[in-house]
Write a protein that binds this ligand. Structure first.
Ligand code: NDP
Ligand code: HSE
Length: 459
């Protein structure tokens, strides 16, 4: 028999019947909160035996006791006073699942100031106040965990923080909003109407309380900002992230893109731009943006459908990697919260904070490149009068701006007096493209505001 004596770690395993107990307090018992309660009830034994920790609920704060919930939460645990949960000395870990950037911020700061680890799924809060909250966590010696804030059940935060700690992240492309992906895929595959699919996404609990956060791209901006900050080591401010939502995407665009071999996705994009320093060290220049994008059908992201999210990460050591899973909904998001509960509980059990802190600022002088300085290919849909010479006038404006046309299609279908004209444009600077589009839009032969989406090559 082999016995290790006095190995110097200064800890002895507790006998099984002396399992340490960690007490949980949650604020919010809606879609995600009730999902967490349900998931922990289902897999409590499994988690406890994996962690060697007993997980115990002390309280759950909600707004109204009788609000309908996807899963029930015992009334005996509930309170409508969140301070009772946060300030209860028995509560070791606080889980914030309320949402929004006002009261939620006070809740998180109050818990951190008491030295309690906090778990949140609140990407809007992190996007707006992340820098301040992580600084508070540091000040009070308590970690702030946020796996559920990006891509529901996909462990992308852990992957970037721990799995890729030895990589510079040169490119990250993400389908990070489940609601938008659900809408775009059902429009594409079933010819469904935008508003009908949005209502269904709301019914399923995928959409934010204010769904314009989803469809106007702000939720994706919050998430891509969190990923960019984590990957590049400085806090990326939401106002530095270019954002376009999916309201402009029509059935016609989806059809034309398909004819050209593309699928339209709302992509969050983080790229290290050449000419700056190296990624994740001082002086890096990165492009961070969210917009509808034509993805070549041969690329794996083109086949990510419904509420699923996927994140494609290219590291300088690991190469290309892909993370895929449900990006929203009560169960998938609960899975991410359980993972944070495990980390926070282990931190308490071992009396030590995590090996790699949730966010470590380390890149001085790095910055986000203004969108106008970025270069992309484009898809352009114009509504023009069906008359000779129209294409010549449009190509002359593009030519003068030094913008090259790759291909042109003019489907036969008429839209009243006008016909659609689709142009695929070579790599061009955003500023030049914007200026040329404004000129094209002013032509009398152009009957509706031009529609422009970027085309991604994943090079
Ligand atoms: P819900 O609206 O379903 O739930 C919010 C919960 O917060 C409700 O239980 C509500 O109480 C409670 N609440 C609101 N105000 C207070 C208050 N002042 N004191 C105590 N409780 C309060 O939202 P979700 O569960 O969908 O979202 C929660 C968070 O998770 C958000 O930050 C969201 O962005 C994020 N998220 C959501 C995902 C999803 O798929 N839904 C996925 C990933 C992240 P009551 O029930 O009584 O109304
Ligand atoms: N509304 C969000 C989405 C929830 O649709 O992706 C998950 O963060």
């Amino acid at each position: 028999m082999f016995m290790l004596v006095g190995c110097g770690l200064g800890r002895q395993a507790s006998p099984p019947n002396m399992m340490q107990q960690v007490n949980l307090g949650m604020i919010g018992g809606g879609t995600v909160g009730s999902g967490v309660y349900h998931a922990l009830s289902k897999n409590r034994q499994l988690m406890e035996s994996r962690l060697g920790i007993r997980l115990n609920w002390v309280g759950v704060a909600v707004k109204e006791f009788d609000e309908p919930r996807p899963y029930p939460i015992p009334r005996s645990l509930m309170t409508t006073d969140w301070t009772q949960v946060v300030k209860d000395p028995r509560v070791n870990i606080v889980i914030e699942l309320v949402g929004g950037t006002t009261i939620a911020k006070t809740m998180v700061l109050t818990a951190l100031s008491l030295g309690k680890p906090v778990i949140t799924a609140n990407k809007a809060l992190l996007s707006a106040h992340g820098e301040e909250l992580f600084a508070a966590a540091q000040k009070y010696g308590a970690n702030l965990y946020y796996e559920a804030s990006v891509c529901g059940g996909i462990p992308i935060i852990k992957a970037l923080r721990e799995g890729f700690v030895g990589n510079r992240i040169t490119h990250l492309y993400g389908i990070v909003n489940g609601t938008c992906n659900y809408i775009l895929s059902r429009m594409q595959h079933e010819g469904a109407e935008f508003d009908d699919v949005l209502r269904e996404a709301q019914r399923q609990g995928y959409a934010e309380a204010d769904p314009s956060l989803d469809i106007d791209g702000h939720d994706a901006r919050h998430k891509i900002g969190i990923l960019a900050s984590l990957a590049h080591g400085f806090w990326v401010r939401p106002e530095d992230i270019h954002v376009e939502g999916i309201r402009q995407v029509t059935q016609a665009d989806i059809r034309f893109a398909a004819q050209l071999g593309y699928t339209i996705k709302l992509l969050g994009i983080i790229k290290t731009v050449s000419g700056g320093g190296k990624s994740a060290v001082s002086g890096a220049r990165i492009q961070v943006a969210v917009h509808p994008t034509l993805v070549p059908n041969r690329h794996v992201l083109a086949s990510v459908n419904d509420v699923f999210n996927a994140v494609f990460v290219r590291g300088d050591v690991v190469g290309d990697t892909l993370f895929y899973g449900r990006g929203a909904g009560k169960d998938a998001t609960a899975s991410a919260v359980l993972s944070d509960i495990a980390d926070a509980a282990l931190e308490i059990k071992h009396g030590t904070r995590n090996r790699i802190p949730p966010f470590v600022p380390h890149a001085n002088g790095s910055k986000v490149v203004p969108m106008d300085q970025t270069i992309s290919r484009y898809y352009l849909r114009l509504s023009v009068v069906d008359r000779p010479g129209v294409l010549a006038r449009i190509s002359s404006i593009l030519g003068e701006a030094n913008i090259g046309i790759m291909s042109v299609i003019q489907p036969e279908a008429h839209e009243g007096e006008s016909v659609p004209l689709i142009l695929m444009i070579h790599d061009a600077p955003n500023a030049a493209m914007k200026k040329a589009l404004a000129q094209i839009g002013r032509l009398k032969v152009v009957k509706a505001p031009p529609v422009m989406f970027r085309v991604e090559t994943f090079d």
